[in-house]
Write a protein of this length. Structure first.
Lengths: 74, 462
């Protein structure tokens, strides 16, 4: 994938986010968003083991965060 | 205009103020701390009052629990799994035990020698994992997170592939076999990480160090990330990078047959990784938040799989991902919906799409979480199900580099008995070429995996 392709896809993602940024939600109405089950990763420990398994068994990895170190997983 | 909230009871407090008692389920989503002054008997009620504020002196109103509610409400979930825009107010210690079991290779997919003996074991990996985690505040501005994981695995893994007299692809496995003398694998791996986050008005910065160690592989990495809040904390921009330095010393197999890339005794091969990400999340409604991100990773050095007979890979790999996430809360159903998408592409020719969805439904103290994941990837440019010519620069018969699709079904239960939350989850995963919508040029690799995972654990908050 060349840089232009990456840039165009990234632009689309950012455009979607910006276009959707039309609502203004006051802080006192964000209670539902603060619930633990609304976190991006509600269970970091189990999330870590799942990520590790997929990393070991699939060709694709990463996303949403910077990659950490590897393992000799074969 | 007064907030319209369901009110269970209206009374007069000992202070003479009007007392509104809200049902707990309705109160929790409402984030501000509701305080009423004793002089509000006949005035318009501007703020609502919770049980905590009525039953305690004003000095105790800023209780830990209320502060936690308030802080959580002001926080927009961040990019990393643990980071949030407000410092944590509670300490959390967690433990998980995981049993991971791969299904055996079908006996008919195992290669046989001239005498008809199986070439290796059909028993695949069995892994026991123990995880410990801690996160909590050091001060009102600093927070610490720690994790430690130990895993012990045993079993056999694919060594190479051959075609039988009918032209079908068969797998030679490691494992006790008089014909091949290939060893099974017994391995222990330990990894740990420590992260420190500093919270300031409008954002946070985090740093973390991590290590992973096993007999033949050591990895050290560190990362740095930043989060900034914008537009009344409705938008969070995050960015970060990480560097890792890995050292490998693959052990020679007992008969050293065909094994490539043997590292001379006393020396180690190197693998370095550089990675960065950027993301933006945005509240789009009182029940919805979305996130989009991009990441780039480059690996350099020893990227072969040393425990395969025919595996020679480039010494560089660049990877990109684009990801999107949605969290939506359905108030009436008391249920949160999660949707996650990832597009992946690398310069080895692999393109992949991952779709994950889950529902988090609450029944009193019990949370039930069904989930579904679908994964799809194309093959690497140098992959072939059977390697017949090793004159090329790069070649591999690793099933993980083939084209296939995989689905995963999960079910999880969380029981919240404060201050402890118990969790139990299970997952079934199956990979197959039939699950890929695109037509492959190759036969399906017989070593594609199926596995089950069971996880039990508890989190203690104090």
């Amino acid at each position: 994938m060349n840089l232009m392709s990456v840039a165009s896809k990234l632009s689309m993602v950012l455009a979607v986010i910006l276009l959707s940024a039309c609502a203004d939600v006051p802080i006192y109405k964000r209670g539902a968003l603060a619930k633990p089950e609304m976190a991006w990763e509600p269970d970091p420990l189990e999330g870590a083991i799942k990520k590790h398994v997929y990393y070991s068994k699939e060709a694709a990895s990463g996303g949403a965060e910077a990659a950490g170190g590897g393992c000799g997983c074969n | 205009m007064e907030p319209k909230l369901p009110v269970e009871d209206v009374a007069v407090t000992k202070f003479g103020a009007r007392k509104l008692v809200l049902r707990k389920s309705d109160l929790e989503p409402i984030c501000p701390i509701y305080v009423i002054s004793p002089n509000t008997r006949n005035s318009k009620i501007k703020k609502l009052l919770s049980r905590e504020t009525v039953s305690q002196p004003m000095s105790k109103i800023k209780s830990r629990r209320l502060m936690a509610l308030s802080a959580a409400a002001a926080a927009l979930p961040g990019i990393s799994t643990t980071a949030q825009a407000a410092a944590p107010t509670e300490h959390t210690m967690g433990y998980r035990y995981t049993k991971y079991t791969e299904s055996d290779l079908k006996a008919s997919d195992l290669a046989v020698d001239a005498e008809g003996n199986p070439r290796g074991s059909k028993k695949r990996y069995d892994i026991d994992v123990h995880q410990f985690g801690y996160s909590g505040p050091l001060t009102s501005e600093w927070a610490l997170s720690l994790s430690l994981q130990n895993e012990v695995l045993s079993g056999a893994s694919p060594w190479n592939t051959v075609r039988d007299e009918n032209g079908d692809v068969k797998v030679v496995m490691t494992g006790a076999s008089p014909a091949d003398k290939l060893q099974g694998i017994e391995e222990e791996r330990t990894d740990g990480s420590a992260g420190l986050t500093y919270y300031y008005k409008g954002g946070s910065v985090s740093g973390n160090v991590a290590f992973s160690t096993e007999d033949d592989y050591d990895s050290t990495s560190f990362g740095f990330s930043w989060e900034g809040e914008f537009d009344k904390k409705q938008t969070v921009i995050a960015a970060g990078f990480s560097l890792s330095d890995d050292e490998l010393a693959p052990e020679a197999n007992v008969d050293k047959r065909n094994q490539r890339h043997i590292i001379p005794p006393g020396t180690k091969a190197k693998k370095d990784s550089t990675s960065f990400f950027v993301s933006a999340s945005r509240i789009t409604g009182m029940n919805t938040v979305i996130l989009g991100g991009f990441s780039w990773t480059k690996k350099e050095g020893y990227l072969h799989d040393a425990y395969k007979a025919n595996d020679q890979r480039p010494d560089e790999k660049e990877m990109w991902t684009i990801n999107g996430s949605l969290r939506h809360y359905m108030k009436k159903q008391k249920m949160a919906a999660h949707l996650d998408f990832r597009f992946y592409d690398d310069d080895w020719g692999v393109t992949s799409y991952t779709y994950t969805g889950s529902l988090h439904k609450k029944y009193g103290k019990l949370m039930v979480i069904p989930s579904l994941r679908y994964y799809l990837q194309s093959k690497a440019d140098f992959y072939a199900p059977v390697i017949v010519n090793t004159e090329f620069n790069y070649f591999a018969d690793d099933a993980r580099l083939s084209d296939y699709g995989a689905y995963s079904l999960g079910l999880k239960f969380k029981l919240d008995v404060k201050p402890i939350t118990y969790t139990a989850s299970m997952e079934f995963y199956d990979a197959s070429q039939d699950l890929s919508p695109s037509k492959s040029d190759f036969d399906e690799h017989p070593a594609l995996i199926s596995f089950t995972r069971f996880t039990l654990g508890a989190d203690y908050k104090f």
